[in-house]
Design a protein around this ligand. Sequence first.
Ligand code: GGG
Length: 351
Amino acid sequence: MAHEVASIPGDGIGPEVIDAAQPVFDDVSDRFGFELELTRYDWGSERYLESGSMMPDDGLAELAGYDAILLGAVGHPDVPDHVTLNNLLLPIRKGFDQAVCKRPAILFDGVESPLEGYDGGDIDFVVYRENTEGEYADVGGQEHPGHDHEVAVQSAVFTRTGTERIVRAAFEAATEREGRVTSITKSNAQAHSMVFWDRIVEDVSAEYPDVTVERLLVDAASMDFIRRPEEFDVVVASNLFGDILTDIGAIITGSMGLAPSANVNVTGEYPSMFEPVHGSAPDIVGDGVANPLATILSAAMLFDHLGESEAGDAVWTAVTDQLADPDAPRTPDLGGTATTARVVEDLRTRI
Ligand code: GGG
C-alpha cells in the first residue's frame, strides 16, 4: 500500500521537528511494509516575507490530492500572528473540513508533571476540540481606525452541524474509553452560543445512555485540569476553549513538546492534518534542542489514520519506552541536555 503525505514544516522549530521525524517514517514504512512518500512544501512566514503570501493561491488544491498532511509550526517574530494563523493553518483546517481536533493529554511514565503527587499514568484524557467554526469564525470587522470611536467586532459562529459533529465524536470516543464526557462552555455568560451547545450535548447524550456527562464552565475546567486532572476522560470544547485547555493539558503532562494532535476530516473527502500542539518557539530556533516527540506522536496518529495502526502503535510504544527509561536522552524541556537529533537516534533503536 502506498501513502502520499504532504509535509509543511512551516516556521521556527517546525522544520527542525519535521526533519527529525523523517527517518522515523522511513523506519516504520520499511518495517511494516508500506510505501510512504513525503512531499515537502516550504510554505510559511519566510515565503510571506518574500512574496506576501504564506502559501500559493492554489495551495489547497495542491494539498487536496494527498492522503494526509503533516504540519510543523507557524509563527514568526516578523509576521503578525493573525497573518500566520489565518493564511496557512486555519485555511487548511477549514478548507478541508477538519472539524474534529483530537488532542490527547497523557502523563507518560518517567515524565514529571509540575503537579505535585502525579506520576506516569495518572493523567490520561483526550480533548475533542471543535476545529472549523466557533470563536475562530472569520466573521467581523473593524471601523473608524485611528479615531477615538474606532470599533472592532468579532463574532463566534456555532452551527448545529458543527456542534453536533464534535459532540458526537466525543461521545463515540467515550464509548471506546472510560465512558465519561466533560462538556466545556461558558453558558452562564454566553446565553446564545453556549446554551445552544448545552442543548446539543443533551440531545446527543440521549443516544449514549452508557456515557456519563459532566458540564463545566471553562473557568472551572481550567482550575480542575490542575486540581483533579485524573478525573477527566473525554473533554469536548469549542475552538477557542479547546485551544486554551489543551495548552494546560500539555503543561500538566510535562511539556508542550510531548503534545500531539490530529485535525480530522471525518468524511474522508479531504486529507486530515497532523501537527504538534506547540508553536514555532522562536526562542530556541537553530539551537537543535527542540523536542521532536510531539511531532513523532502526531505522526503515530497519522499512521493510525492511514490504516497503518501497527506502525502507529510501534511509534507510540517506542516513545513510551524512551520516556520511561531514566538513561534515555531528553531535550531540555524535559530536564535533559540532549539534542533533537540524539533523541531521534535513540528512538530509532526502539522501533
Ligand atoms: N503546531 C501548529 C502551530 O504552530 N500552532 C500554533 C498556534 O498558535 N495554533 C493555534 C491553534 O491551534 O489554533
